[in-house]
Write a protein that binds this ligand. Sequence first.
Ligand SMILES: [Zn+2]
Length: 336
Amino acid sequence: MDEELKRLKSEAIEGLRNIIQEKDLEELRVKYLGRKGLFTGLMRNLGKASPEDRPRLGKLANEIKQDLEKQFTETQSKISSAGLSSVSESEDLSLPGRYIPFGKLHPVTQIMNEVCSIFEGLGFAVAEGPDVELDFYNFEALNIPKHHPARDMHDTFYIDESLLLRTHTSPMQIRAMEKQEPPLRMIAPGKVYRCDSDITHTPMFHQVEGFLVDKKVSFADLKGVLSVFCQKMFDEKIALRFRPSFFPFTEPSAEVDIGCVICGGDGCRVCKQTGWLEILGAGMIDPEVFKMVGYDSELYSGFAFGLGVERIAMLKYGIDDIRLFYENDIRFLSQF
Ligand SMILES: [Zn+2]
């Protein structure tokens, strides 16, 4: 037993001398000192020794074990410090790290998120609908029958007779009202498409549609909601004006202007010297639209509005060409 203990000890120490990697050191530790290791196995056999030898052997075994553990720890720290010094010889740890640029949301996405969060704060739910839409939802159900002159305003991309790329987000009014009884309070953000391209128009742009239906909803409610929105989006003291307008699906209809954010109302190139900027269209939902979805227009009333997201982004950031948003010039986009 004495011999065996001593033999294992010298074997283990011999092994330690050749170790240069942490992985190998761990393997050796398991081989000798692990729960099923050689040394541990031997210590278990101590019970078989004669009673007079047992105390002496126990003491010897413990000494050897402690000694071995100490030597393992020393080898471990030798390996660690050797590792560090080899790094500092070949690499300069004081060099600055590589620069990884942060990505950003597109300015249009940022404005869209901001619009949505303002209306969510007013209790509106967010709904999304398909970009490829049926003629029925885009026109018919919104009181724009075939051959109605209002279709001319839309420059529609048709896919076939009954299918098209939606020209506005208003179809979501119909889709939502078909599914749900009043009260309804919703906004529908998304892409819309029109065959038009110049300094203020792109073939694809973004709109946010909003509508509210309940008992006794009046034009005053519409003005209140839009005022809060403009104040939060632009400025607490922003001026607001409603001009009579026409949309087939609202009656009465209005276009909404804000006081020019560039010149403060004095008149400039952007507001064409009027001091006002148009930002959205709105109105009270036409009873004909309610008829299409089976709402009782004697009982319920509601308002709807639609705003162009790019338009708001242009006014807010003072951008004079809408096409800049879609040229993907990173120098332009990274400013927002
Ligand atoms: Zn102006």
